[in-house]
Design a protein around this ligand. Structure first.
Ligand code: NCD
Ligand code: ZN
Length: 351
């Protein structure tokens, strides 16, 4: 009998979420407790409207996040700056050295939700990237081209070829995380690089392929960016996540949008999974006979990449006979946010 068949409880170091959207205002208040309940730290994405561009913006946003954490939750938001063609290298360095800012996020202009102020011409931000390389600061990359002539399912692969590989050659010392990798091409590329390149993998991309969005009806709550790909890609992501390979770590990309903005003729991209991510992951890792590697993926590889200590506190996941009847919605006071439905019962519960 395999170890995990007997295991009814799994205790691991507390996980961190290396890519999350907490938003602002009423949504921030509604969703932050779901992250802080299970995660000790999270890399918080800066794509607000207007975006978090300067260290000063990040300090103000951090205060709003701290105010949304329930008492009794021990949670540290790790702030990111939204890279624009006007970003000052000096400001980035000041933010990093002060400990307030952990990383800078590169959105190719137009790639995803609220990315209009992103980068059009990479050469314009090279001075910032060079400064980051020299101080050991991480660049988080949304790895999709936005060129409308590129098929949406190919945007990640084309980005690697046109943007990421040349950037790696030009500035090999820059620490880069390819965010929410969704393809075999992405996994292969990251695996071929040196230790200063990593990738986050979301919970949902380990569970759904593109059929979830499109087969038998259009399901907006499975629509996110990068869009889920074919089954063969999902299987490669599963292997990367469950392998224990230190380059791959959890970034849920939990991206809440209220239901009216998802369930309409032009719905927003984003899946809200903070609430049940750890249960979903325990299911996935158990299914792949890799429960003993869940801690590496969720709690060890990320801090190692970001050169931070792993959390001392622990979390216990328990496998229950009766499936967890998790809340299907979170309410902002005005609207609902639909929680990710993995389409299997959740027997693992974080206690
Ligand atoms: C994110 C969002 O809504 O902010 N959406 C998503 O589908 N993941 C943006 C992003 O991370 O691309
Ligand atoms: Zn995201």
């Amino acid at each position: 009998m395999r170890l995990e068949d007997e295991m009814k409880q799994l205790t691991i170091r507390r996980p961190d979420d290396w890519h999350v959207h907490l938003r602002d205002g009423a949504v921030l208040k509604a969703v932050t407790p779901d992250t802080s309940a299970h995660f000790s730290r999270a890399i918080v994405m800066p794509n607000l409207v207007p975006p978090v561009v300067t260290t000063r913006d990040a300090a103000a946003y951090r205060d709003r996040i701290l105010a949304a954490i329930p008492s009794g939750h021990d949670f540290t938001p790790l702030m990111t700056l939204y890279l624009t063609e006007g970003t000052s290298a000096e400001d980035v360095e000041v933010g990093f050295r002060s400990g307030l800012v952990t990383a800078v996020k590169l959105y190719p202009a137009g790639a995803t939700t609220n990315s209009q102020s992103g980068v059009r011409d990479l050469s314009k931000v090279m001075p910032v990237l060079e400064r980051m390389a020299s101080i050991g600061m991480t660049l988080c990359v949304h790895g999709e081209v936005t060129d409308p002539s590129t098929d949406i399912f190919d945007r990640e692969a084309v980005f690697i070829e046109r943007v990421l590989a040349p950037l790696r050659e030009r500035l090999p010392e820059l620490r880069i995380v390819m965010e929410h990798v969704t393809t075999k091409d992405g996994v292969d590329f990251v695996s071929s690089q040196s230790e200063n390149m990593g990738a986050t993998i979301t919970t949902h991309h380990l569970i759904i392929n593109r059929n979830a969005i499109l087969a038998g009806g259009i399901r907006p709550h499975y629509y996110c960016l990068p869009v889920a790909k074919r089954e063969e890609h999902r299987l490669v992501l599963r292997r990367a996540a469950t392998s224990g390979d230190a380059r791959f770590f959890l970034g849920t990309d939990s991206a809440p949008h209220v239901d009216p903005l998802k369930e309409c003729a032009c719905g927003c991209a984003g899946i809200y999974s903070s609430l049940n991510t750890m249960s979903c992951l325990a299911h996935v890792f158990e299914e792949d006979g890799a429960l003993d590697r869940l801690e590496a993926f969720a709690s060890l590889n990320g801090p190692a990449f970001y050169r931070l200590p792993p959390n001392e506190a622990t979390i216990t996941l328990e496998r229950r006979e009766t499936a967890w009847d998790y809340p299907r919605k979170r309410n902002t006071g005005e609207d609902d946010i639909t929680v990710f439905d993995p389409m299997f019962p959740l027997h693992w519960v974080a206690t």
